[in-house]
Design a protein around this ligand. Structure first.
Ligand code: ADE
Length: 233
């Protein structure tokens, strides 16, 4: 079993590298990949850099060059749903691109021909996540995650995303990873810990809570990897 674990920023994968400790480093496509042998399985860890384009490149590389069979994304997000507080974990049921707009041609926001507004994440990986959450006594929420190439620090834009896509959280990579994994038939799972509320304090909160929230997410992903490998034996 070969599992990809992806983040967008170095802070999002650092806790994973600290945990796994021994890895081989491969540089490819202006990206660094960390290859880990773990419990008779292989794990490939990388951060893509911020945004949908870089995320697509890294996800594609993880699957096509490194032959990863499942992809887990770990990182932080801005909360839309008011029940989500800083440090809370949310797993994506489905994801959409909030900045994709050819409405001038009569299409809905987030849609291009031959695509779909939402892409669903893998049900089995979600089940494993809820098992892990139960075992660890962690509250894990699920919902819609909206992705776009914008850091949202604005109440009006946040409300628009909420009303247009019924989104619970927003970030800058998840839907891009979803498009790639869906196209390449690779089960994927997107986990985010809340770092801010996408409001006028968002950039301050993001800087303050990036590390701690990224660690919440990464720690959970490690437990998921253990469960996935256990089930695979
Ligand atoms: N990731 C974490 N917080 C975010 C925000 N406010 N906007 C976009 N991506 C984010």
């Amino acid at each position: 079993m070969k599992i990809a674990i992806m983040g967008a920023m170095v802070e999002e994968i650092e806790p994973l590298l600290d945990y796994f400790k021994n890895y081989e480093v491969v540089d490819y496509a202006k990206n660094r990949f960390y290859l880990v042998d773990y419990k008779n399985s292989q794990i490939v860890i990388a951060y893509s850099k911020i945004g949908k384009v870089f995320a697509s490149l890294t996800a594609s590389t993880m699957i096509e060059k490194f032959n990863c069979e499942k992809l887990l994304f770990s990182g932080v997000a801005g909360a839309i749903n008011e029940e989500l507080k800083i440090g809370d974990l949310i797993v994506a049921d489905k994801l959409c691109q909030h900045d994709l707009d050819i409405t001038a041609f009569g299409h809905p926001f987030g849609y291009v021909p031959e695509g779909s507004v939402y892409i669903k994440s893998d049900e089995d990986l979600k089940k494993i996540a809820f098992l892990v959450a139960k075992e660890k006594n962690i509250i894990l929420r699920s919902g819609i995650i909206a992705t776009g190439d914008q850091f949202i620090a604005d109440k009006k834009r946040k409300e628009w995303i909420k009303n247009t896509f019924k989104a619970d959280a927003l970030e800058m990579e998840g839907a891009a990873v979803a498009v790639v994994c869906d196209a390449l038939n690779t089960p994927f799972f997107i986990l985010r810990a809340i770092s801010d509320a996408a409001d006028m304090d968002a950039s301050f909160d993001f800087d303050e809570f990036l590390k701690s929230s990224a660690k919440e997410s990464a720690d959970f992903i490690v437990s998921m990897v253990d469960k996935i490998i256990e089930g695979w034996k």
